[in-house]
Design a protein around this ligand. Sequence first.
Ligand SMILES: NC(=O)c1ccc[n+]([C@@H]2O[C@H](COP(=O)([O-])OP(=O)(O)OC[C@H]3O[C@@H](n4cnc5c(N)ncnc54)[C@H](O)[C@@H]3O)[C@@H](O)[C@H]2O)c1
Length: 441
Amino acid sequence: MNVTLFGLGYVGSVTATCLADRGHRVVGVDTDPGKVATVNSGRPTVIEPGLDEIAERVVASGALRASISASEGMEDSDLSLVCVGTPSALDGSTNLTYVRRVVAQIGAALAESTRPHTVVVRSTVPPGTVADVVVPLLEATSGRTVGEGLQVAMCPEFLREGSSVEDFFEPPFLVIGGSPAAAAALRELFAFLTCSVHVVDTRAAESVKYASNAFHALKVAFTNEVSRLYRALDVDARDVMKVFVEDRQLNISPAYLRPGFAFGGSCLPKDVRSLLHLGRVNNVDLPVLAGTLASNEMLVRDVADRILQEIDARGGGNRRVTLVGLAFKHATDDLRESPNVALAEILIGKGVDVHIYDPIISMSKLSGANLRYVESKLPHLQKVLHDDPSSALSGSLVAVVSSAAPRVVDAIVAADPAVVIDLNGRLAALEVLPGYQGVGW
Ligand SMILES: NC(=O)c1ccc[n+]([C@@H]2O[C@H](COP(=O)([O-])OP(=O)(O)OC[C@H]3O[C@@H](n4cnc5c(N)ncnc54)[C@H](O)[C@@H]3O)[C@@H](O)[C@H]2O)c1
């Protein structure tokens, strides 16, 4: 393909060089004449292992050249890649000045031709940027309509500086946000990759990049935070983390990364509190760990607020809410520190007419610490706990559901509450209902 790449920095320099190495004809455009001259002399603009040798080869063969002129770089172009910087503004927002400038330049060049073209944003941009900023600007400046010979896509970059050439050729996956036609162009561009390809909408593609970087930041901060505590406790954190990462079932795995409701139960809250206490007595601040409890409680309060707002907005006097599932997680009867119990407590405190059904829980079977816990938190559970989902849901305005037993789904459809809040994504079958809401989607 004939590719025009805007922004010859870390991402752009590596991308332009490596794409040229895989048979594309690439023109790199940058506003910095020094970078343009460097590329045209066969050298990369950044120091990266393995890049010099490829750059020398592809510039010598004519597969890669650089230009300061956007319009010249766009001549005969099939696809443009936006790789300019998106730095932080003082208030933390993303400065899209460079992205806007480049998109306007691409649009102006496209106005002069009828050649089909695909514009791909490779820079990291906030969710909504492609749809709300890039597409309108491109349409205004090109006079063309996206979809008719003009495609726009988001394709985030996942390379790391220091190993960028290796990462470029072996990315974790290729994420494409855009139409099937845009995806087809990107599949052709990256045909040499063997990784999986995920085609999603542009907002999801933009968001995957942020989720990835936030998670990487969280991993580093978590590890270094527990290391600070362990050092104070005379524990070698290297020994701990060496074993920790060996757990591919729960620690380094997709476990706990499915959007859903708050954590609870007899272990996670208790053990995080215990670490926070050890931190306090040893004068070690643990903001990441403290943040887990704060964030978890916030989620319960958010769901309670959403329910109260629904009651205000469309209850018309009906304050009946049914919790389907009470235990801290599905398929157990453990109520200790269940976020569902906390949610019920908040709602009852606000005068909501709460009814509860859990396929596993009945008053007669509760015993020991479990019974004591629920008696202290929900002393009137007996009065509001139903043996049958239909009677629990009958006449309810809102169903808050963390169980998807077959009887539950049928009972929700029959009771037809105005709002169904799916707490753990098990109610996919009910997504068609107009009142369906995911807890975090
Ligand atoms: N650096 C990384 O490891 C990395 C990894 C993945 C994603 N990203 C994202 O990729 C984007 C680029 O990052 P970077 O580190 O390569 O940035 P960078 O600052 O190294 O390079 C940006 C380049 O864009 C050029 N530029 C600015 N305005 C221009 C214009 N109007 N026309 C042409 N060129 C222009 C600049 O001169 C510069 O050479 C950012 O959104 C970043 O968040 C970076």
